[in-house]
Design a binder for this molecule. Structure first.
Ligand code: FPP
Length: 226
């Protein structure tokens, strides 16, 4: 059992580098996504073991719709299949499964699977696993502003898709890229960032533990003086 000094409540990950991982092996990009699912499993299990309460994953951005149709189709199919396949493990480990994003753009069949999974796991409380699908930060702020205005309200956080979920304490991005790519723009105001060169399919438990140790060493002041 790992003995961390400080455990983040909410860890978020921009899972990047699947395509490059596959290319390095002379394979089609989708093999990187398949292997990336194993990393998702490893990280999820670690969160349950270490007592991290929220794990969110940027699985598909609004911008990703512009990828070749074949890759989009494979990714969408993979998501649906994985959700169904993980059902028993989610129940056994107490994982509440949530999808956030512009669900109007998802297929009816994927939306049906998502609804079923969210309803079936709604009572679980060990870990909340959030999959961001068809999500972008600017879209989120815009839709929140519209709904806030319609309600005659002025508290935008209540209308973001993440309402009720604590802001991420730690954001990890793999594959050497060091940017936010239109992810949780509002919610990451005081988030600690850790970037690693490791490609997502190679990011497993040991390296995840390293990022938690790095997080624990940071001095978070939230703009104040200590
Ligand atoms: C980024 O790598 C990865 C994605 C856009 C997809 C991530 C999705 C998965 C790992 C599948 C997750 C599935 C479930 C059910 C959680 P990239 O394709 O941008 O890689 P590149 O930067 O090397 O091209």
């Amino acid at each position: 059992m790992e003995d961390f000094v400080k455990i983040p409540r909410h860890v978020s990950i921009i899972m990047d580098g699947n395509g490059r991982w596959a290319k390095e092996r002379g394979k089609d990009r989708v093999f990187g996504h398949f292997e990336g699912v194993e990393s998702v499993r490893a990280v999820t299990e670690a969160c349950v073991e270490w007592g991290i309460k929220y794990l969110s994953l940027f699985a598909f951005s609004e911008e990703n719709w512009a990828r070749p149709q074949a890759e989009v189709d494979t990714l969408m199919k993979l998501m649906g299949k994985c959700m169904e396949g993980e059902y028993e493990k989610f129940q056994k480990n107490g994982v509440r499964f949530v999808v956030l994003g512009n669900r109007d753009r998802l297929s009816d069949s994927l939306n049906t699977t998502i609804d079923r999974m969210m309803e079936a796991t709604a009572g679980n409380s060990a870990l909340t696993m959030i999959l961001f699908l068809s999500y972008s930060g600017k879209w989120d702020i815009a839709q929140a502003a519209r709904r806030m205005k319609a309600a005659g309200d002025d508290d935008i956080e209540k209308y973001l898709v993440t309402a009720g979920i604590p802001d991420p304490d730690l954001l990890i991005r793999t594959s050497g890229e060091q940017r936010l790519s239109n992810y949780m723009l509002w919610q990451c105001a005081y988030t600690e960032f850790v970037f690693t060169d490791t490609l997502w399919p190679d990011f497993r438990k040991e390296e995840f533990a390293g990022t938690i140790r790095e997080y624990a060493s940071r001095d978070r002041r939230f703009g104040k003086v200590k």
